[in-house]
Ligand binder design. Structure first.
Ligand SMILES: *[C@@H]1O[C@H](CO)[C@@H](O)[C@H](O)[C@H]1NC(C)=O
Ligand SMILES: *[C@@H]1O[C@H](CO)[C@@H](O)[C@H](O)[C@H]1NC(C)=O
Ligand SMILES: *[C@@H]1O[C@H](CO)[C@@H](O)[C@H](O)[C@H]1NC(C)=O
Ligand SMILES: *[C@@H]1O[C@H](CO)[C@@H](O)[C@H](O)[C@H]1NC(C)=O
Length: 319
């Protein structure tokens, strides 16, 4: 059964739904391979090649007159959820969990699922289905591997891919993290819009500034733009290795992200017994099983609004 997108949802991104499969090239040292059936070449840039695909999903809706009376947007955030084709069931949970969060007045928040190259034809067929249905997918030209440059491919491409409607902030998170977007946006509202690096901070030997754990971190748009142009990152091979540590290293060596905010303890790992949820959570990580997602959905009352009906009889949702 299909349910139409809820009209108010900031996650369903009508204006941005025209995406896409985008191939972004972190390093250009081998000859270009011909695009396969899913891919259409749109353009070259000086330092990177970009391929934009599958734009058929949705055209932006016509502008409505009322929009002119709405208050100006105060804050915009793109949330990139790094995931993999085979984690389709997980992605379905994560997507629904984001979609059921209340829209935030005065904020534009777009959630996108971020992939590297899709090589398997079955994966490609099913991902095309997801793209056409949800329009919230980014496919980058990288090899699927958490510590092999995917974060670099993501952070270094967003400033170009979304140059026409930039965000104030760009987040990288994972598909085993539940981000409570309103709580995160509240944190961001009072912060500077530039030179920001925010997340779950952890100290690295001798470094004066904390690094942000890979469960989820936010950089401001200028920082993402800097990553895209910082040739030094590639020269040092600093795209390879534990991604969160590498991002901290880039920023420290580049003198970037000096407005640094540690959201511990409001960002945390869920423990084994699943008894450390907190009401002021910004993000909870290690939701690696359906059981752990179920516990989170229950704790945060995500489905509490489900109306009673003769059409379904669900057991009490204890886990
Ligand atoms: C993708 O990256 C590979 C390896 O860096 C490169 O050989 C290829 O030309 C790139 N493809 C596109 C479409 O940009
Ligand atoms: C991604 O796939 C494209 C098309 O199949 C290929 O040209 C490219 O080299 C691949 N890139 C990487 C980094 O594997
Ligand atoms: C980066 O990696 C390449 C390929 O593995 C290697 O040839 C090069 O020397 C490395 N550069 C640095 C600065 O480590
Ligand atoms: C969930 O709902 C219950 C009952 O209304 C409430 O006591 C609790 O604070 C809510 N939990 C969160 C995290 O908002």
């Amino acid at each position: 059964m299909m349910k139409p997108p809820s009209p108010g949802s900031y996650l369903l991104l009508a204006p941005l739904a025209l995406l896409l499969i985008v191939f972004v090239l972190p390093s250009l040292n081998s000859p270009r391979a011909g695009p396969d059936g899913l891919v259409a070449l749109c353009g070259h840039r000086a330092t990177t090649d970009v391929i934009v695909v599958a734009a058929a999903a949705a055209a932006p809706p016509p502008a409505e007159p009322e929009q002119q009376q709405q208050p100006p947007e105060k804050l915009s955030l793109m949330v990139g959820v790094l995931t993999m084709p085979r984690l389709r069931e997980r992605r379905d949970i994560v997507r629904s969990a984001y979609a059921l969060q209340a829209p935030i007045p005065g904020a534009r928040v777009d959630v996108r699922f971020v992939f590297c190259n899709v090589t398997d034809p079955v994966d490609a067929a099913l991902l095309a289905l997801e793209i056409q249905h949800h329009g919230d997918v980014l496919v980058l030209n990288c090899t699927e591997n958490m510590n092999d440059g995917k974060t670099y491919a993501y952070l270094s491409s967003v400033s170009r891919l979304f140059a026409s409607s930039p965000y104030d902030y760009v987040m990288k998170t994972d598909d085993d993290t539940y981000v409570r977007v309103p709580a995160l946006v509240d944190e961001l509202r009072g912060k500077p819009r530039d030179d920001v690096y925010l997340g779950y901070g952890y100290p690295m030997g001798g470094q004066p500034m904390p690094f942000m754990h890979g469960m989820g971190y936010v950089v401001s748009w200028d920082v993402a733009t800097w990553v895209a142009t910082a040739g030094e990152i590639l020269e040092r091979n600093d795209t390879l290795g534990p991604e969160d540590l590498m991002v901290g290293k880039w920023l420290n060596l580049g003198g970037k992200g000096r407005n640094r905010y540690d959201l511990k303890p409001r960002m945390y790992d869920l423990n084994w017994d699943m008894d450390n949820f907190r009401p002021d959570t910004v993000a909870v990580h290690t939701l690696k099983t359906n059981r752990r997602w179920a516990a989170a959905l229950r704790y945060f009352n995500v489905t509490a609004g489900l109306a009673p009906s003769d059409l379904y009889h669900l057991p009490a949702m204890g886990v």
